[in-house]
Design a protein around this ligand. Structure first.
Ligand SMILES: [Zn+2]
Length: 400
């Protein structure tokens, strides 16, 4: 059962990596990626007294050496130059910089290195034993590639963090990505590595960026069988999404037996999200961290690092969803009912849409989905396919 809010034990157990400087990662005013959502979440948690001063830690900047665990040196130099306005458009485009998705902005290197540093701060807290769990909502930039920016992501904090964990702590990492977009950058970085298991559940790439994340992408070489993908159909609803997530994560964790779990918590699978086509509600954002938390204690002695990710309805979806993640991490997730009036009053004047008034979504958030049965059946088959190698292996072992 959940324990009451506040208290000494909890503040030692989890840390919340936060700085207003996360706001410096900003493309321009009309870009959908908006870090104001981190501040909105922080403020919501403060207003319900669920986040103590003692739990908040400052992010540090990642060093060039740390970034180079994953990223090419020439790419890092290009990002630095771009942020100083010193990179030609042509060269920039070769690095994925200056596109509509990932425009150039002043000091983009420093802003991006801080997000990576935030995730590394979370890693060090957990793996040095100073905290059981850590959350850095500035991170989760899962589309960043070794030598190229992509899909709003410049440096890939999770990829850097996993390499860092391998080098500094020699641990096996389970990466769990529940963003509505495929976690391609992290998957490809560790595609041939059997000591990193990646699991991404996302909207099928048929009509959605980045187009990958097919169920048949299983890894290569020694890493074959350590990459899992569940592409769910457009309009997938809570029940089917949660069935897929729960079955898959349980079986994958049991198969891989990780030392540490890193979860990417993009919250763009929600019905309101303007960039995707899924039909989930706040219900999945209660359940996602609950199971991650359970798995962390079952296999990893609690070692759980969580980062943010996508989430483009920054007013109605992200603050509630990310607050629920922290509340689960700190065993305060039994919250429900109305959101604090002070939070609504503070932010409603800035929001172009009416803010939600309750923690949970109403049952009639959207009209019934006509193809529900078909979508549910299709997703169940996808889960079967994704988990087939584990299940076949288990059967073999049982026969011996
Ligand atoms: Zn996304």
């Amino acid at each position: 059962m959940a324990e009451p809010a506040g208290g000494f034990i909890m503040s030692k157990n989890s840390v919340f990596v936060y700085s207003d400087a996360f706001q410096t990662y900003k493309f321009h005013d009309r870009h959908p990626f908006n870090q104001l959502r981190v501040k909105l979440t922080y403020d919501l948690l403060r207003k319900i007294n669920a986040l103590d001063d003692a739990q908040i830690v400052e992010p540090r900047m990642a060093t060039d050496e740390e970034l180079a665990l994953v990223h090419d040196r020439d790419y890092i130099e290009a990002v630095k130059m771009a942020g100083k306005g010193k990179l030609s458009e042509e060269v920039a485009l070769n690095y994925g910089l200056g596109t509509e998705d990932t425009p150039i902005f002043p000091n983009m290197h420093e802003a991006s290195a801080l997000l990576v540093g935030g995730t590394l701060t979370a890693v060090d807290y957990v793996l040095s034993g100073k905290a059981k769990h850590a959350l850095s909502l500035g991170g989760g930039l899962h589309h960043g590639f070794r030598g190229k920016a992509s899909g709003f992501c410049i440096y890939n904090d999770s990829s850097v963090a996993i390499k860092y964990i391998q080098e500094k702590y020699q641990l096996r990492v389970l990466y769990v990505d529940t963003d509505a977009h495929h976690g391609d950058g992290v998957q490809w970085t560790f595609y041939d590595d059997p000591n990193v298991c990646t699991f991404s559940i996302h909207e099928t790439g048929r009509y959605l960026f980045p187009g990958t994340g097919n169920v048949n992408e299983r890894g290569q070489g020694k890493g074959y069988g350590y990459s899992f993908n569940i592409p769910v159909d457009a309009f997938t609803e809570d029940e089917s999404w949660l069935d897929a997530y729960t079955q898959a994560l349980r079986e994958i964790a049991d198969f891989f037996r990780p030392d540490v779990i890193l979860t990417q918590n993009g919250v763009d699978a929600h019905y309101y999200d303007p960039l995707t086509h899924l039909s989930t509600t706040m219900r999945i954002y209660r359940e996602i961290p609950k199971l991650a938390h359970e798995i962390a204690h079952q296999y990893c002695d609690g070692r759980w690092i969580a980062v943010g990710g996508g989430g483009y309805d920054i007013w109605r979806v992200v603050p509630r969803a990310w607050a629920l993640l922290w509340l689960e991490m700190t065993e305060q997730s039994n919250i429900s009912g109305p959101l604090p009036k002070e939070w609504i009053d503070e932010w409603q004047k800035h929001s172009p849409v009416p803010l939600p008034t309750e923690w949970d979504d109403p049952d009639d958030l959207y009209p019934p989905i006509p193809r529900k049965a078909e979508i549910t059946e299709k997703n169940a088959q996808t889960v079967m396919k994704a988990l087939q190698p584990i299940r076949i292996n288990k059967q073999k072992l049982n026969l011996l």
